[in-house]
Design a protein around this ligand. Structure first.
Ligand SMILES: NC(=O)c1ccc[n+]([C@@H]2O[C@H](COP(=O)([O-])OP(=O)(O)OC[C@H]3O[C@@H](n4cnc5c(N)ncnc54)[C@H](O)[C@@H]3O)[C@@H](O)[C@H]2O)c1
Length: 261
């Protein structure tokens, strides 16, 4: 069965179609997180300094980022929390619901499926898929795990736009190819491998071990600095360190939002 291509998740390398720099886009979720926490506390307006501190970024950078959204705040008042939440959500495409399939319902797949935090952020886990006959038919987080042979049908009939790959590494590329062929335009890859996708499809890789390695790298440097009687400067971002261990992407640093740019 064919269906119209879903809204593309893809952004160009440096700037989005509407001219917002990628680095700004990567910080928007941190602003949204901080704003949501403020809204939950009943805060109606926030200064750029307060919001910047809450998001872990410099206030000049925050103001510049928000100016790309056409949001400049009001002198002496700051930003309206609810309106800024709306603006950022709209920019991130979170005013629509994104449907997600998780492939590989082992330890990680179970944990992801049972995580309640996706829905409130605009993501619905709509399907769970596994190749193992002992797992197929199991109910996880209210969904019945379906077999791999119906993956294409599941994706197209439910209009799923995002695929989460939680299979072992050797299976990941084939799963990714099948997801893309079925119409998925965004892939979140947890498997320890690099996935190749055609133009128009975006892959994000999550690797906690890599993040730990980067922490270890800096811990080691800090310890060496202590031994030498000095403290090395805290890195502003980790691109140097990442280059050193051959992993080009992460967002860990002294503040996640700062690392994004
Ligand atoms: N990125 C991270 O931070 C992180 C953390 C933990 C695990 N992982 C990775 O996530 C993956 C899953 O880890 P886990 O601990 O859940 O493993 P697991 O063995 O518990 O689960 C893997 C599941 O994938 C299924 N599977 C295997 N081949 C498949 C295929 N071709 N199609 C569909 N399903 C298939 C298996 O039946 C199993 O249910 C591994 O690649 C692991 O290295 C990544």
């Amino acid at each position: 069965m064919t269906r119209p291509r879903p809204a593309r998740l893809v952004r160009s390398e440096r700037a989005t179609r509407d001219g917002i720099p990628e680095a700004t886009v990567s910080r928007l979720p941190f602003y949204l997180q901080a704003l949501t926490a403020l809204a939950e506390r009943g805060v109606a307006t926030v200064s750029s300094e307060e919001l910047a501190t809450a998001a872990g970024v410099g206030s000049a950078k925050l103001r510049k980022d928000l100016s790309h959204l056409g949001s400049y705040g009001t002198r002496g008042v700051g930003y309206e929390v609810q309106y800024l939440i709306y603006q950022i959500s709209r920019e991130l495409g979170l005013t629509q619901d994104w449907k997600v399939v998780i492939v590989g319902i082992g330890n990680l797949g179970h944990a992801l499926a049972n995580y309640g935090g996706f829905t409130s952020r605009g993501f619905t886990v709509a399907a769970l898929v596994d190749a193992d006959a002992r797992v197929v038919g199991e109910t996880v987080a209210g969904l019945t795990v379906t077999g791999l042979d119906s993956l294409d049908q599941t994706v197209s009939s439910l209009g799923i736009q995002i695929g989460v790959v939680a299979t072992p590494g050797p299976a990941a590329q084939e799963i990714c190819d099948r997801l893309v062929a079925a119409g998925v335009t965004g892939v979140l890859n947890f498997a320890p491998c690099v996935l190749t996708v055609p133009d128009g499809v975006m892959v994000r890789r999550v690797d906690l071990a890599t993040e730990l390695q980067i922490l270890a790298f800096h811990e080691q440097r800090r310890a060496a600095g202590r031994l030498a009687g000095e403290m090395p400067a805290e890195p502003q971002d980790l691109s140097e360190a990442l280059g050193a261990i051959g992993e080009p992407r992460t967002t860990l640093t002294k503040s996640r939002a700062e690392a994004a740019g």
